[in-house]
Write a protein that binds this ligand. Sequence first.
Ligand SMILES: [Zn+2]
Length: 256
Amino acid sequence: MEHKLIIDAHCHLDIMKGLDAAIKNSKDNGVVKILTNGLEPQSNRKALEYAERFSNVEACLGIYPPDQLKEECDEMGREWKDFDIDKEIAWIKKQTFLAIGEIGMDFVGEFDQDAQEKLFRKMIQLGKEMGKPIIIHSRKAEKRVIEILEEEKAQKVVLHCFHGKKKLVEKIKGKNWFVTIPTNVVRSDQIQELVKIIDINHMFCETDSPFLSPFKGKSNEPSFVIEAYKKIAEIKGMTIEEVENNIYLNYQTLFE
Ligand SMILES: [Zn+2]
């Protein structure tokens, strides 16, 4: 069957190798939307540039916890430059783009929890102020992320690559929030459980390219997002076309 309405709801085109070929591949395989996420000034500007250059790319602009990012920059192939958070927020306010992302908290290694929470709250407020959905990272910080989203009364929420325990999954189930199912669902029991619990009307799929590949040893790219669609169809006993249509409707509900 021909796929027509595929969406990759979260990735990082700025650190992908062979980007032009990957975008061509995505178009050939029916990927109509690719949401590329910025983390700091350089990747935010690249996100806007790609949205301009490629017809199926949408820009998300965000600020990821800077201390964590600084640590990870080398292995991600990014260059680190210090920046002023409030200046970047002021710049974001002036741009035309789809959503706020990637923001959130990350409690791996050494971290300053207060600084992360302060920034996270600021970015939630920015999303509210601009009326835009927020795309959230919550590695090892799932519980606190949910608490803060509740305290701030956040509404247009997308939890990217959510790895919270079952109790937390049950908690988000009752809210009008969305989760994105990454392509590594093909080999993660925990994410397969998440697919069982969350309603299809609160779900997107993502590649997190170049990470979380469905194929071992192979770098991820947006066209591989179909592997998450297939797995959801299998788990929920739906056709892939039904999954596509449902997720496309979710996109229209949240982003349009
Ligand atoms: Zn990401």
